[in-house]
Design a protein around this ligand. Sequence first.
Ligand code: ZN
Length: 462
Amino acid sequence: MDSWSAFRSALEAQLPADTCSTDADDLATYGRDWTRVFAPAPKLLVRPRTTAEVSTVMQLATAHKVAVVPSGGRTGLAGGAVAAKGEVVLSFERMRAIGPIDALGLSVVVQAGAVTEAVHRHCAEAGLFWPVDFASKGSSQVGGNIATNAGGVRVIRYGLTRQWVLGLEVVLPSGEVLQLNGALEKNNTGVDLRQLFIGSEGILGLITQATLKLTRLPGKTDVFLFAVDNLKAVLKLFSTARKGPFTLSAYEFFTDKCTARLEKHRGLRPPFEAASSHYVLMEVEAADAGALDPWLQKLFEDGLVRDGTLAQSEEQARGLWALREGISESLSATGLPHKNDIALPIEALGAFCTELDSVFSTRYPGWEICLFGHIGDGNLHVNVMKPEQLTKEAFWEKTHEADEQLFSLVKKYHGSISAEHGIGLLKKPFLHYSRSDTELALMRALKAAFDPLGILNPGKVL
Ligand code: ZN
């Protein structure tokens, strides 16, 4: 018997009958994430229900040298969960238990497959919040959020996922189970292995369970939309907002190229009479009611904004948020975007964008660039839309060249080639723009220490 057949029959002998699937639709669905660059081609889907079952899968995978790709909500945008080379996809969707809230320690234990929004709803009943929040929260899973150190729209207020994980349970490629840090807030006992797994994109171990750190639900929030003239004004407004009479909980921007696509796909548009080239969505908490009006008035007096609106109801607030959160989906629905997710030091953003403009307009005249992002964190989503006349293949080839230009510029301004999407397969060729040779060598050494056979999410990141 060859090693694959031996692996299959051992799995079937040791796990419940419905754990494995080779159904063609299942393989196509579970073998891909939201990137549409790689054709999925896994050989097998396994859906374990417990940590012990995950451990069994990994023990057998190690014994028979079979590659395993972990799979969460598959909302990733870097190909980190793509299985395109006959791997086993290990889905966590049957491991979605959410434990009782620890109201004193402000934590909750959840399995890796718990859906982000379900965790939010569970915590909200106790007036608490796990502040990892983004447009795909309805399908993204906690394990994937942690494995990719997910960002999103609240980072400016709360920081990345990394800050909101107290403990992890991890299954190593050998099948051994690690319990890391439990529910401890303070634990100063050497290298924090938990943090190594956070953001490692499933190349070191499989996160099966996490103890999440919670905070209180935000109080009353106000949501504004402003129309401004250019990126410079976006940044100027940001520096004013940082000192405003409130706590800033989101500061997002998008351009008219994004709103045009949004209107085409969802029929939504900014509620202003005149069109503008740049828009800012701002959410604030605990605004000082007496000080807010004069602050707003001054924005107009100083000519910092062309127009602005404050949501008067929850429904209006949701409507303004839909303008921002509907963008990514609208770009994909109305064309083929090549997505980039970069970070720059905030103070470098102005100069960076001016240079970016001139690079694109001289080298790729007529290309449509849709810019949006979490500008308060220095995080830009640069979406290059495929021109009608180019074939898909010619477009990918051109964007690869364009990326070299873009990332050289990112490097020049001391930025990062991936702010929140991760490296996966898509950004792997460019990792050297953000990490030194020594750093890459250390990462490879870590990979070899945790996964000496190289069976876990092979080919990703490194
Ligand atoms: Zn984002």
